[in-house]
Design a protein around this ligand. Structure first.
Ligand code: IVH
Length: 700
């Protein structure tokens, strides 16, 4: 495998991102199959994480490219033929990863925010070792084991009941009696099957002696042993099982995850003895570091820690997002590193003008992957690390995928090059480049005049999710751009009337020229959401564009409100309305304001919309039959039981639009404690005002 994804996602055009996403999806599917079905992975976990994180980073920046069968939405690989299939009662999810203490703190803050708690609230968590084996789901009825299955694709797994009956730490009949207080109901126990390091070494030794292929690590040995069609083979392989959770029909009487673990012990399961309840966030990281120190002394493989919110009430409220729960996170042990010589530093210019330094390295292998380029992030990082050409640098492939330069290994040597001087001019257009207020990134200040930015922006403008002009792909954009015929998107629509004689160009004929003009003319009308997205404003991806289109509904209204917001002071109503839109927030608003405060952007819009194209209003379809589908709701005041985020997410999941301000169009105002002007306005306008309880009753 050769991974060379040192280009930050920001630098990619949509087309490039699409290509890379496709390639990554294929590669991930290939490795999933090797890992889950054949138990014979070709790459390390860290390498797999790197690919998967890169995939997610790209999807985050290009949300419009998320396909329905995206690897980020599925867990594991399809169950293999030869085993009966079992559909899981609850999907078997995976965990989000934290790679450092900061990620850890962010996780706790996210939990607090969601639960409407102060951000520095100390949330009691259960800290567990992350066992490096294979996940297993066990179904019990009235205390008797009914079936066992592997994770498979997270929804359907392979039935391995006969095989796991040979694992002594999995009880076939539960002890105690609390399992059956919901008579006849199902209990599902989850845990990890593993092979001890000692048993793994003995197994491999025996296989070597017999001339059989050896297993690469205990996890593969465990997975290979469980997934034997002949259970007698499994029986001959010593396997263990750590239970880490369960679900059942009736969980009354249980308040915490640690009580759950205690109950598992009562029923006869082995629960890992290193598990601890941590009352403060600081203790979580202490646990993690202590666990890492113990790692090599343990007789089973672990690859990190898992932290879970202890309160089951909170666990339920937090729920899950796409393929992982909000109430838990895995902290992985540190990434792989290696050192090499820094040969050069290249500066790349992205669509939004950001200059990014890329380290050109003497190729080295880090965790089985050849790395020849790594990110140096930005000017400040180069200065902070004092990275100079010719230095020996430590390179790391961390969770955030793009290989990065961590530090200089030999800063004291006498024959060092001079400190690196960061360019103050754009390498693409030679215009001035500088840091803007409060920004770390150095940006080319030329805007659309910069060919690197302008061409990439035009490419974005005509891309599939934007104007989607057939036959006007990256190649043609560059062609017209290089000839100076298309400098901004407006020029696309005047190509035909400028009589450029395209039909006579090399490689073109009258037919193909006509076809291109037809394709351009066919796109002179566009929906508002696509149009907003096409503008390529920083951070405004497809999802945000849709949100904005839904809120502002017409082009004229949107532009009017944006201009007013950009030109007023920080408290102006239009700006406040904008930042209160769910999914927008101050950061994105800042970028929108930046766009609308530039006169050349306003001139561009004037030259485009009207003279060249029409933007259609957004039509909101009401498909759901939920009582609040299509309704506009406003939350105000302090809600007692829900955070704003949770309340908004609930309402939106039921098809409502959550707005930040009250108008005649508002259907419901949900007023919490100390509701002020919004509740008053609702009263004046005759809008229905609901208490938090009434709202709860309406949507329940
Ligand atoms: S909790 C949403 N606890 O790690 C899944 N998982 O990515 C909740 N794992 O394959 C799982 N040790 O089987 C949990 N103490 C632990 C674990 C653990 C290992 C595995 C799990 C899954 C993966 C999660």
């Amino acid at each position: 495998m050769f991974l060379d994804c040192s280009f930050s996602p920001e630098m990619l055009s949509e087309l490039q991102a699409q290509k890379e996403l496709d390639a990554l999806a294929k590669e991930l599917a290939h490795h999933d199959a090797l890992y889950y079905q054949k138990d014979a992975p070709e790459i390390s976990d860290a390498d797999y994480d790197a690919l998967s994180q890169r995939h997610r980073a790209l999807e985050k920046l290009f949300p419009q490219l998320i396909s329905q069968d995206s690897p980020s939405l599925k867990v594991g690989a399809k169950a293999v033929d030869g085993f009966a299939k079992i559909t899981h009662l609850n999907p078997m999810l995976s965990l989000d990863n934290a790679f450092n203490a900061e990620d850890m703190h962010k996780f706790v803050e996210r939990v607090c925010r969601f639960l409407n708690l102060p951000l520095d609230k100390q949330i009691e968590m259960v800290a567990e070792p992350k066992i490096d084996g294979l996940a297993c789901s066990l179904i019990y009825k009235n205390g008797e084991l009914m079936s066992a299955s592997t994770r498979g694709d997270g929804h359907v797994g392979e039935e391995i009941t006969a095989n796991i009956e040979t694992i002594s730490s999995i009880p076939t009949h539960l002890s105690g009696d609390k399992y059956d207080h919901a008579q006849g109901q199902t209990l599902e126990v989850r845990g990890e099957i593993y092979m001890s390091k000692k048993d793994f070494a003995a197994l491999n030794e025996a296989r070597l002696a017999k001339g059989d292929a050896i297993f690469a690590n205990p996890r593969n040995a465990a997975a290979g042993s469980v997934r034997q069609l002949d259970p007698t083979v499994t029986a001959s392989r010593p396997l263990g099982f750590f239970a880490y959770g369960f679900r059942r029909f009736d969980d009354k009487g249980l308040e915490t995850h640690s009580q759950r673990l205690d109950l598992l012990k009562v029923w006869g399961f082995k629960v890992n003895s290193l598990i601890q309840v941590c009352k403060t966030t600081r203790k979580l990281w202490t646990f993690h570091e202590a666990l890492e120190a113990k790692r090599s002394h343990l007789d089973y493989d672990i690859d990190g820690s898992v932290f879970k919110v202890n309160s089951l009430g909170w666990e339920t409220r937090l729920g899950t997002v796409s393929r992982s729960p909000r109430y838990a996170i895995a902290a992985k042990f540190p990434p792989e590193q290696g050192s090499t010589t820094l040969l050069d530093i290249h500066i790349q210019v992205g669509r939004t003008g950001v200059l990014t330094p890329v380290a050109i390295l003497d190729p080295l292998t880090v965790g089985g992957v050849v790395v020849s380029r790594a990110t140096l992030h930005n000017q400040d990082e180069i200065a902070r690390k004092d990275v100079r050409l010719g230095d020996t640098v430590l390179v790391q492939r961390a969770g955030d995928v793009i290989p990065q330069v961590v530090k200089v290994m030999n800063p004291d040597r006498s024959d060092r090059a001079e400190p690196y001087v960061y360019p103050d001019h754009c390498p693409a257009c030679d215009s001035k480049a500088a840091q803007e207020d409060g920004e770390v990134a150095v940006r080319c200040l030329a805007g659309l005049i910069c060919p690197a930015q302008a061409a990439l922006r035009v490419r974005h403008f005509v891309s599939k999710s934007a104007f989607d002009i057939e036959g006007f792909g990256a190649k043609n954009v560059d062609l017209f751009f290089d000839k100076g015929l298309v400098k901004t998107p407006v020029d696309i629509f005047t190509l035909e009337s400028r009589n450029i004689g395209l039909g006579k160009w090399e490689g073109w004929g009258p037919k193909s020229a006509e076809k291109l003009f037809e394709a351009i003319n066919a796109k002179r009308t566009i929906g508002l959401d696509r149009f907003i997205y096409a503008l390529g404003i920083r951070q405004i991806g497809q999802t945000t564009a849709k949100t904005l289109a839904k809120v502002y509904t017409s082009y004229e209204n949107w532009v009017e409100k944006m201009v007013l917001a950009a030109n007023g002071d920080e408290d102006n109503k239009d700006y406040q309305d904008l930042i209160e839109i769910d999914g927008v927030g101050a950061d994105m608003a800042e970028d929108l304001m930046h766009f609308f405060s530039e006169t050349h952007n306003i001139d561009f819009l004037k030259a485009l919309v009207g003279p060249q194209i029409q933007v259609q209003d957004l039509i909101i379809e009401d498909t759901s039959n939920s009582p609040i589908a299509g309704k506009t709701v406003v939350f105000t005041g302090t809600l007692e039981h829900l955070s704003r985020a949770e309340a908004k997410s609930q309402a939106e999941n039921l098809g409502a639009k959550v707005s930040g301000s009250v108008s005649k169009k508002t259907d419901y105002v949900i007023a919490g404690a100390e509701a002020g002007s919004k509740a008053k306005k609702a009263q004046e306008l005759g809008v229905t005002i609901l208490s938090e309880e009434e709202w709860g009753a309406l949507i329940s």
